[in-house]
Every structure is written in C-alpha cells, then in structure tokens.
Write a protein that binds this ligand. Structure first.
Ligand code: TYD
Ligand code: MG
Length: 453
C-alpha cells in the first residue's frame, strides 16, 4: 500500500508546510498548524508536457457568447440587494456571523420562500429536524415544500443531493461537515477545506445555488482557512449588536454584484424582517444633548446611512492609556489623536479613550475621521455638540480635511432626517444649497475645531 504523505496546514491562513512547527512562517500565528493528508503527485514520465492533456478544451475569447446569469429573487429584498440583485443559480455563497445572530433563521426564511417555485434542500448538522420545523411553523413560513436532511458526512450529503436534484441547497454549517477521506475532526482546517471543495464542485457541476453557513472566530474572521473565501463566489457577513434588534448583512466579496453593499434586517417575533429604509436606525435618541455623541453620515454601497459615534474620555492611571474602539479601527483612533495633538495642541496621553458606534455597525471608511475627533473632543471637554449637527470628512496626517465620495448624497440624507447644520470638507460643499441645511466647508482640522468654540 502506498504510504500516505502528511503535511501541515495553517488554520489561519491555509499555508502548507512539510514539517510541524509552533509558529506559522507565513502569517506568524502560533499553535495553528494541523496535520493533513498531502495531495499525491503524478509520476514523472519524461517529457515536460506529458501527462497534462485533459478533457477540457481551450476557447478563444471571441468565441464566447455572453448570457445573463439566471437569477431568482429570494423575496427578501435586502438579501437580494447584497447578492447583487437576486440569487444566481450555480453560485456558492458563504454566510458568516457570530452564533445566535440569525444565520439559520435567515436561510430558513429564504429557502421556505423559494420552495414554492424551486426544489430546495436544507441540510442541517447543528439542529434536529424538529427544531428546524418548530421554528418554521412558529414563523408561519410556507414549509410544506421544504425538504430537510440531517447529515454531516459530505459524501452522503452529495449522494442524496444528486438524487434529490435541488436547485437551492443550504449547508448549516460547514464546521459540522466532514469527509470520510480525512482522519481529522469536523471543523478542522483540512476538513472544512476538503468538504467545501467537494460541495463547491457539486454546485458548479449541477447548477445548484448553494448557501454555506460558516462560523466566525473570536477575532471576527471566518473559522477555517481563508481559502474558503477564495473558493466561493460570494462572502456575506452577518453583523449586529446582539442586544439590538437590527442586523446587517455585508457583502465582502461578490462575483455577481457590488461589494460593501449592505442589507438591513430587524429580528422580531416573526423572524427577520427587511428594513428597506435604514437611514436613521443607528441613532440613539437622547432627550437632551449629551457630550461625546456625534452623528455622521456613512456610505455603505449605494446607500447613505446616519450613524452615531460615541466617545468617552476618562483620566487614565495606566502607563499606557487605553484606546478602545468598537465598530471603528483602533489604529485610526490612535492616529487621529496624534493629529489632534500635533495640529491642535490637544494632548490625551493621560486619558483613556473609548469609542463606540451605536447599534453594532462597523465602519471602515475614512469619512468617519472628523466625527471621531469631534466625539472625542466633546467628551474630553464635557461639552455636548448641537443635536442637529452632522459631520463627515477624512483627516490627514498634515491636519488637512480631505473630501470623501458622494458628499452631496450624504448631505441630502441628513437634510431628509431634519438635521440643520453640517461640517464637511470644503470640496464636498454642495453645488446648489440644500433646503433646511446650513453647510460649512473646512480645509483644515483647526478650522473645524474653531467652529466648535
Ligand atoms: P439563529 O438563526 O439560530 O442564529 P445562528 O444560526 O446565526 O446561530 O438565531 C437565533 C437567535 O435569534 C436566537 O437568539 C433567538 C432569535 N430569534 C428571534 O428573536 N426571533 C425569531 O423569530 C427567531 C427565529 C429567532
Ligand atoms: Mg444556526
């Protein structure tokens, strides 16, 4: 019998090594190498090109005729939006998110909606059939055509699916699925990688639209190697503050649509409901103005959304004061505090700074810079800002305020929600005045701060 060669795979980045070591030489993570079976190599037959001829044929680009990908609506408009205008048959979508955020609920609703016009199959390795059906009945979903399977062996799932021929299939979750060809436990990198590869191949060959649920590690990345993200067509992340009812789905990769598109849902008695006009749900309404709170306008895909940033600045007794951010990047806060020190002479080296985006939103765009600075300063001085003020703009290391994309749309959105004043980068001043909104443009951070006094 041929000896099975083993290799070691990094759980974090998927890099392969012939030997085990304590640290991954690729990504630098510790204790992340796992044993896996190495792929077998073909025997060398002499000629450089021998043994390569397969059954595929090479096509010239001009011979290819284009056709629209066949799509179907999921009847959840916000899910359609992040998928790029509906679900594409034959596509593979990975849905990641914290436990309990609503992944199973969303996919069950989506599948039940689709089951009237499509053959569907819901494969669950986490819940019993009773649990799934109990939920479907409680949510009043049209479940009579829904087909269910509890199975965790990928070969059996694929064999049954090949008989059933579903058009849409859900795997909940990939971490419970294993292949018989590998010895390692379900959920390990090699299992996740190998089982997904088989499922993806099945979906592509049969034109099945496949949803795969993936768990998220405590750092917020999808558990299993990053290669999982490369294998699929679309990667969606489910985010949200567990204590709030709003949930956000973000497309971080999409071969069939725009990325960074956002879908907003509210979790309620009847499962997840779409929120088609989410602009102002991420604001907390204070009865009177409070210090440290600033409203900004962020762009998510094709939408402007009003979001509240809150800061708390408190005297620090630590050698290294704390810089804690939730929903914004921590390094960005440290950088902005340095800019504030250098260009406005306001030092916070003896202060702890906490920054939070209300409602569990995560903001990655630099348009939040000016709001970050305003919120921090407002808390530092314990001076509330005008409750009808909105701000946005990028702040550079030289103390300049740089314009951001879609300035006019952001201002329109703010005006629509009754905001009366805005402080924005000078280059983002609207060409025509916006009724009800007094907009002030600034070029330098110092000018912006003067407006606060
Ligand atoms: P679930 O879909 O099981 O999460 P995941 O699959 O991502 O782990 O979500 C379950 C959570 O949602 C659970 O905490 C209860 C809550 N929930 C509601 O509030 N209302 C509902 O109608 C349903 C079905 C769930
Ligand atoms: Mg679940």
């Amino acid at each position: 019998m041929a000896k099975v060669r083993v290799e070691y795979l990094c759980r974090e980045c998927g890099a392969r090594f012939p030997k085990w070591s304590g640290q991954c030489a690729d990504c630098g993570e510790w204790n992340c190498l796992e044993e896996a079976a190495a792929p077998t190599q073909k025997a060398d037959t002499g000629s450089r090109f021998a043994g390569y001829a397969g059954e595929s044929a090479i096509t010239s680009a001009s011979d290819i005729t284009l056709q629209e990908e066949p799509r179907t609506t999921t009847r959840l408009s916000e899910l359609d939006r992040v998928l790029g205008g509906g679900l594409v048959y034959g596509s593979v979508t990975l849905l990641g998110g914290d436990p309990g955020i609503g992944k199973s609920t969303l996919l069950l609703q989506c599948l039940a909606n689709l089951s009237a016009a499509n053959k569907t199959l819901y494969v669950t390795g986490e819940e019993s059939l009773q649990q799934v059906i109990l939920r479907a009945r409680r949510l009043n979903l049209p479940e009579q055509d829904l087909r269910l399977l509890t199975e965790t062996c990928v070969e059996k799932v694929i064999a049954l699916a090949a008989q059933e021929k579903p058009q849409i299939m859900v795997i909940d979750s990939i971490q419970t699925i294993y292949t018989e060809t590998l010895q390692s436990a379900p959920g390990s990198v090699s299992q996740v990688r190998e089982s997904s590869a088989r499922l993806v191949r099945f979906a592509k060959q049969t034109g099945t639209a496949l949803f795969v649920v993936g768990h998220v590690t405590k750092e917020g990345a999808l558990a299993g190697p990053r290669v999982l993200e490369h294998m699929v067509d679309t990667v969606l992340y489910f985010e949200g503050d567990p204590s709030s009812r709003y949930r956000v789905i973000r497309a971080v990769k999409n071969r069939f649509g725009a990325v960074n598109e956002l879908g907003v849902f509210a979790m309620g008695e009847k499962g997840l409901q779409v929120v088609s006009n989410p602009s102002a749900i991420f604001l907390s309404r204070h009865p009177q103005p409070v210090s440290g709170s600033v409203i900004m306008v962020t762009r998510e895909g094709t939408r402007s959304i009003l979001v509240e940033a809150q800061a708390l600045v408190a005297e620090s007794h630590l050698g290294n004061p704390r810089r804690v951010t939730l929903g914004l990047e921590q390094n960005r806060l440290s950088m902005l505090l340095a800019v504030l020190h250098r260009h406005a002479g306001i030092a916070m080296f003896d202060q702890d700074v906490y920054l939070n985006v209300v409602g569990g939103m995560r903001i990655s765009e630099t348009a939040a810079d000016l709001a970050t600075i305003f919120a921090t300063l407002s808390s530092f001085r314990d001076r509330p800002l005008d409750a009808n003020l909105i701000v946005f703009g990028e702040v550079g290391l030289a103390g300049e305020v740089r314009p951001v994309s879609n300035g006019e749309e952001r201002l329109q959105e703010a005006a629509k929600h009754g905001f009366e004043t805005a402080i924005v980068p000078h280059a983002n001043l609207p060409r025509k005045p916006i009724p009800g909104l007094k907009v002030t443009g600034v070029n330098r951070l110092a000018e912006a701060l003067d407006l606060l006094d």
